[in-house]
Design a binder for this molecule. Structure first.
Ligand code: GCV
Length: 718
């Protein structure tokens, strides 16, 4: 009887022997290698582990290897002090591993630099055994190398002739959390904040360590814990001790902690009558605050600041410039080696120019005015994380000031948790865009010093709100390490690690992922349209949104009228094209050369004007909306075809979300087409799928007051 109870309990825990695919393990599932030949190869190549676990980072590397190899190889790999036989895995640095110090790796290690690693299949001297060596200059490089090796095993790569030298392109690879101290997450679609402030510093959730593991596995080396719409309380002693506790968990994984600095903190928590950056008392307050922070967190990274933007306080409140504000904070952090990432996301409702031009107008004159420990953090596009924008012209305009690029991993404008939209193709597009500053061959990737990604992580069991949203966290880290990795390669890695190595799964899933971003562009904002989402929550269509701040409305951006649609940014309009270097300026300004996918971003085009395709603008718009819907339907069919090859948990979850996405792609198509039709007065072509409802119906659709997911249901009309 007792035995039966034990068996039943075990069955319940294990889900009947089935692995529970609830998403918690992300891409670090370490499932047993399915290909038997590969499994045999790996088992022969890795029969013992030599690694000195003295320091916390080496201990983390060892823990990960033990966990990973146990899972992947399906057996325990013993740990030895020195290589004793063929099939040894040696991990370390010349300083902590005599075996590595004895190997001729100097040139490769120079190439690997401070964060990189070398992985080689080698005979190890003093025994002549064959080994795989993971070597680095610093412990953190060894940990990154371990994750890389595990990735090779997870993706079933051959180890024959292994010879890898890998170094990150950028030294700043940061997540930005928009997490509030009350546990909410601005633009978060994966539950509440991970940071349990009320329980810290004493209770260290084990999840913090898994968060650090996940980040380290893709090379992320910094985390900004708090929202850019900042709360000064995070800088008070009561919170700093909590921040220090998180920093302790993250430190072995090479992750530095950063905070957002509220510019008015000297007033709010410092008891000063001003926050003027040129006031000596204010400067002294920030210097003392920096000293206090570094006493608590010696490796604190620095501040991110949103100033004079969307109501946030800043130096302009005192008639000072962004440089005055940034430099004051930079001076406070400089003695400790800290940096300031000052955001360029600024626009003012009082400035009469095109909203997207204001960042360049504001910051370009300040080029060279910033301290050396200031970076200007620029969103990928000049507007605000839209499904498609051209790259921000600031990447070309700021020639002397170090720049970071800010990407949004959380999909505020791209279907949030439910829509399957893989963002790597969008990021690849901007990283590889040529700014032509100062001439051809100057891509955005070369103009920046780091990447910041607005995190999509919350306390949902699956971290990101959906299985496929995890791929965007993964892709961000991989691109911050190597911005020239292709979206296809990243998608394939992620799919193999997360879902399956079976080519009958990998091929279709990668195809779905690669098609997904263009599908979203098509059903949401085709041909260069932007910011057509519903007001506030930005979920679902709202091309009719007007009222309030003009430069936050849809009509400001679509400029639809009886003649046509689109924002004239040529010299006859706002002349935003002037902010790009030649020949882009001319390319964007001319109807003959502007790419179709940015047409309405730069031009106001007549409804019946013919485009390169031979179709009229009206026909072309409708084609794109329909193509978006069709692609989602194809994704549904593709996924349905995988039922037998994907575990039931994830199969059903993704299937359900694709159902939502298909209904909402139709919602976008129909609401948009009907709204544009109220200007064009042109008919839908014969055979075009008829809209489900009238324009009024779509306009009156109200979202339920759900603070977590402000979703409107276009089917029930809720
Ligand atoms: C954190 C957009 C978002 C805001 C966000 C802002 C920013 O406007 O809608 O939620 O605020 O960008 O990046 O500062």
């Amino acid at each position: 009887m007792k035995t039966l109870a034990v068996v039943l309990a075990a069955l319940l825990v294990s889900g009947g022997g089935r692995r529970r695919e609830d998403g918690y393990e992300l891409w670090l599932r370490y499932a047993r290698v399915a290909d038997t030949a590969r499994l045999a190869e790996y088992r022969a190549a890795i029969r013992e582990l030599v690694l000195t676990p003295g320091e916390p980072t080496m201990q983390a590397a060892r823990d990960e290897l033990v966990l990973g190899l146990n899972g992947l190889l399906g057996r325990r790999v013993p740990v030895a002090d020195a290589p004793t036989r063929d099939g040894t895995l040696v991990v370390g640095t010349p300083a902590n591993s005599p075996a590595i110090a004895a190997l001729p790796l100097a040139a490769a290690l120079r190439e690997a630099g401070p964060d990189g690693f070398v992985i080689r299949a080698l005979p190890v001297r003093g025994g002549g055994h064959h080994a795989i060596v993971v070597a680095a200059n610093r412990d953190i490089g060894a940990l990154y190398g371990v994750f890389h090796l595990l990735r090779l095993l997870q993706t079933e790569e051959s180890l024959a002739g292994l010879d890898v030298v890998s170094a990150p392109r950028y030294s700043l690879r940061l997540l930005n959390h928009w997490d509030n101290l009350d546990g909410t997450v601005e633009r978060g679609y994966a539950g509440a904040s991970l940071w349990e402030w009320a329980r810290l510093p004493d209770s260290g959730h084990t999840r913090y360590r898994d968060y650090a593991r996940a980040n380290a596995s893709i090379g992320i080396n910094g985390t900004v814990l708090t929202n850019v719409n900042a709360n000064a309380l995070i800088l008070t002693p009561a919170y700093l001790v909590k921040v220090a506790a998180l920093a302790r968990v993250f430190r072995p994984y090479g992750i530095k902690v950063y905070l957002t600095a509220r510019f008015s903190a000297p007033l709010e928590i410092g008891g000063l009558p001003t926050a003027d950056p040129l006031d000596a008392r204010v400067r002294a307050w920030w210097a003392a605050k920096a000293d206090e922070i570094y006493r608590a967190i010696p490796d604190f990274g620095g501040f991110v600041v949103k100033a004079n933007s969307e109501g946030q306080p800043g130096p302009q409140d005192y008639h000072r410039s962004h440089a005055d504000g940034a430099n004051m904070l930079a001076d406070a952090l400089a003695p400790h080696g800290g940096i300031v990432m000052w955001r360029a996301f600024v626009y003012s409702s009082e400035v009469p120019t095109d909203r997207i031009m204001q960042a360049v107008d504001e910051f370009e004159p300040l080029d060279q005015a910033f301290r050396t420990n200031v970076l200007i953090q620029v969103k990928n596009g000049p507007l605000d994380f839209q499904p498609r924008e051209p790259f921000s012209p600031l990447f070309g305009a700021m020639r002397r000031t170090p720049l970071m690029m800010e990407l949004q991993i959380t999909k505020e404008y791209l279907g949030q948790d439910t829509h399957l939209v893989f963002l790597a193709p969008m990021w690849e597009e901007v990283l590889r865009a040529d700014t032509y500053a100062p001439g051809p061959g100057s891509d955005v990737a070369a103009r920046i010093r780091g990447l910041a990604g607005v995190a999509n992580v919350g306390n949902d069991r699956d971290w990101c709100g959906s299985d496929f949203n995890q791929a965007n966290w993964y892709a961000f880290g991989r691109l911050a390490w190597d911005p020239m990795l292709s979206s296809a390669a990243i998608a394939a890695e992620w799919t193999r690690m997360t879902l399956s190595n079976d080519p009958r799964v990998v091929r279709p899933v990668v195809a779905m992922m690669l098609a997904s971003r263009e599908a979203a562009v098509n059903y949401m904002t085709p041909l260069g349209l932007a910011h057509q989402m519903a007001r506030g929550h930005h979920y679902g269509p709202g091309p009719w949104v007007t009222g309030g701040r003009a430069d936050q409305t849809s009509v400001y951006f679509n400029r639809a009228d009886s003649i046509g649609i689109g924002f004239d940014r040529t010299p006859t309009g706002s002349n935003a094209v002037r902010q790009y270097f030649p020949p882009l300026r001319e390319r964007f300004a001319s109807r003959d050369s502007v790419p179709d996918n940015l047409l309405l971003w730069f031009h106001h085009v007549g409804w019946s004007e013919r485009l390169r395709s031979g179709r009229t603008l009206w026909e072309e718009l409708l084609e794109h909306y329909q193509a978006g819907v069709d692609t989602v339907r194809w994704m549904q069919r593709t996924w349905d075809g995988l039922e037998a090859r994907v575990d039931a948990d994830r199969f059903r979850r993704v299937q359900g979300f694709l159902r939502i996405q298909e209904a909402e792609a139709r919602w976008w198509r129909d609401a948009s087409a009907l709204y544009w039709q109220s200007f064009s007065h042109l008919p839908l072509p014969p055979g075009y799928e008829a809209p489900g409802h009238s324009l009024d119906w779509y306009r009156q659709l109200h979202c339920p007051p759900d603070p977590r997911k402000p979703r409107c249901d276009p089917v029930t009309g809720f």
